[in-house]
Design a protein around this ligand. Structure first.
Ligand code: RAM
Length: 329
């Protein structure tokens, strides 16, 4: 008899002990497009770094197994049920997440998007890694720099609804005719940030476009898959792979010549900054046009009239520097 009473009391104490520190702790959920992506693992490292600097901040690193909006909606709903203090999301779709994120904001949860945005009414702040137009131009230039005569290029993207890749591809298409008139974009395909699908899409591009000179993959998952295909099919020197790549994952393809150069920004700084912004919103900062947010050791940003801000210019990696950066991210 008493044993049950004792157990109940012990459990109650255990619950209250666990609950009391977490009452003071801010819980910030870092929701990524999908788990198992090295880019997001690096961002999570930065998020942890910010949490450690701020103190009393817990980062919940989470995301679906596949890069879908449906998977993220389920996660957002469960974070609402857990009553987290903030949700910082890299979204698989600009619109599909809005109702769930609105519900979160209605409950007092602060919501930001980072890396890949949601529409303005689904978040308070959006943090771009870099200027969208500049990224669009950079990914084309990376191919054009090694094609003095011009030629056919194709894009292997992430998912067809990814806000960030779609914005970069639109920006690239816009400047192509004026800035790169001899570069011919023959196709855009989607590998969903999934290695197997990206590999198959890269093979399809090569089969369907015999004169293809470059594959541009503005995704760290797609770019590795494409370079592996070019390597395996003995196409090094014929098809140059470029785009946005994580140096630690991509160094071997600069080394083997399947790629001349790629670009990216610092994903650790991006995750770090997302947590810094979330923390300031929790502390009462207002997300309005002209508002300035500190990014801790990274600097600061000022919101434009869409509640967005951009970080630094993308950085280029080639044989001269990829070794050094591959040790960092
Ligand atoms: C992939 C993801 C991410 C993107 C990078 C460049 O890891 O699609 O959203 O920013 O590539």
């Amino acid at each position: 008899m008493n044993i049950f009473k004792k157990l109940a009391v012990t459990t109650a104490i255990a619950v209250s002990l666990a609950a009391s520190p977490s009452l003071a702790t801010e819980r910030i959920a870092l929701v990524v497009k999908s788990l198992g992506n090295g880019f997001f693992d690096a961002a999570a490292k930065g998020a942890e770094k910010a949490a450690a600097e701020l103190g009393d901040v817990e980062v919940i690193y989470t995301g679906p197994t596949a890069a879908t909006a449906e998977g993220q909606i389920e996660i957002v709903n469960s974070l609402i049920a857990q009553n987290v203090d903030a949700i910082a999301i890299s979204s698989n779709d600009p619109d599909a997440l809005v109702p769930a994120l609105k519900k979160a904001m209605d409950r007092g949860i602060k919501v930001i998007s980072w890396d890949s945005g949601v529409a303005q009414d689904g978040r308070m702040v959006h943090l771009n890694p870099s200027d969208t137009g500049l990224i669009g131009e950079t990914i084309i230039k990376l191919a054009a720099d090694y094609l003095p005569e011009g030629g056919d290029v194709a894009i292997l993207s992430a998912s067809s609804t990814a806000t960030n890749q779609n914005a970069w591809i639109d920006a690239a298409k816009e400047i192509l005719p004026t800035k790169f008139p001899n570069i011919n974009l023959v196709s855009v395909v989607y590998g969903d940030d999934d290695s197997v699908k990206s590999t198959n899409e890269a093979k399809g591009l090569i089969a369907n476009h015999p004169d293809l000179k470059a594959i541009i993959a503005p995704t760290t998952v797609g770019v590795v898959a494409a370079a592996q295909v070019v390597t395996d099919m003995d196409l090094i020197g014929k098809v140059n792979v470029t785009g946005l790549a994580l140096p630690s994952e991509f160094k071997k393809f600069i080394d083997n010549g399947s790629s001349k150069a790629v670009a990216l920004w610092n994903p650790i700084d991006l995750g770090y900054s997302a947590v810094q912004i979330s923390h300031q919103l929790i502390k009462g900062a207002k997300a309005e046009a002209g508002a300035t947010f500190s990014l801790g050791s990274v600097g600061e940003i000022t919101l434009d009239d869409t509640g967005s801000a951009a970080m630094a210019a993308p950085f280029q990696f080639d044989a001269s520097n990829i070794e050094e950066f591959s040790k960092i991210y």
